[in-house]
Design a protein around this ligand. Sequence first.
Ligand code: NIG
Ligand code: FE
Length: 422
Amino acid sequence: VSAEPADLLVVHAGELATLAGPAPRTGPALRDVGALPDGAVAIRGEHIAAVGPTRELERRFRAARTIDASGRLVTPGLIDAHTHPVFVSLRAAEFEMRLQGRTYQEIAAAGGGIRSTVAGVRAADDDALARAVEARLRRFLAEGTTTIEAKSGYGLTLADELRSLRAIREAARRVPVGVAPTLLGAHDVPPEFREDREGYVRLVAEEMVPAAAREGLAEFCDAFVERGFFTVEDGRALFRAARAHGLRPRLHADEFSDCGGAALAAEVGAISADHLLHVSDAGIEALRRAGVVPVLLPGTHFSLGLPSGAPARRMIEAGLPVALATDCNPGTSLTESLPMVMTLACVLLRMTPAEALAAVTVNAAAALARAHDRGRLEPGLRADLVVWDVPDHRALPYYYGVGHAETVVAGGRPVWEKKTHA
Ligand code: NIG
Ligand code: FE
């Protein structure tokens, strides 16, 4: 028998967490990472050719390169379903103000917050914007993330929102991270529309949405539905326009108050509703019936020092396919690390390590309409995987705050390797 050719073989995984099976995962299935003892993955081109016991795959394939993952956890490449990567300046002064007792909303109302990041983006040229996103994508990769959702939302003019989306597209050409782009024109009302929020909503719906769709710059359309930002009615109008132009809704819902964001997500057929710290039981039921993926962002809960987080346990008990994401942004959660977010989800939201892993792989893929093609280690799916320097999936959130990604494979190629220094 002649062996089949493979480009890459990953063998002898200490724990191969395949997450194979139902996508997304809900209920008891969330506790099962689909672990394979002494597992191996064979890769040909950009896709997974086979997953199985090492002995079997070594017999079946002749590989150009082999990675020995003895004693190590191997998972699908992580998927971050909610990020705001297009910013050029930080807001450390606001961090300090919050530590002294000012709230996020107070700082925003005083002209800081999102608006200060907007000033930085408007002043940056196209090249600086693309380089900022590129640098961030490289950090995502180093933390084991191979696909992200990426929002605009710090431009807030037609030109600056389109420039932000083009920066995302350009950065994605330079770094091997898969990107799902989202237009977030309705992130905040810009200063020049302070007295005319409705006028700004019309600008987003009637100009930004069609332009982003025309240029193929966005797949999704997001809105920050929150007291002091946009109303449920604004969201409804915006998402009607988004739908008409083929952009699927997703939204920032019930982050600082219960303002009906979850119900709106269900009503407009959003693919995800994100944050949900203040979601009601009726909201949870609405999400379940409409098949909306809840994306929880415990980095904001942690970084803002909020008293309590999203009711993850209630959502899991209700049968929702909970996903987790970083919310990477300079205001409320400045991190590219999904493993850190897994730790926060375990400690603050009482999720189990297995649930947290499903939430950043298979369920995050569902939140991006990519469950058919990534988020699990199964034949035919994209060959995105990570070899971690921890022995099993429990150790990943347990051993926190340090980078554990050892080798990151994206589209079949090892694209990032941890350097060891003498
Ligand atoms: O997801 N909530 C709205 N947007 C971000 C914060 C953005 C900012 O403060 O720059 C969030 O938390
Ligand atoms: Fe966000």
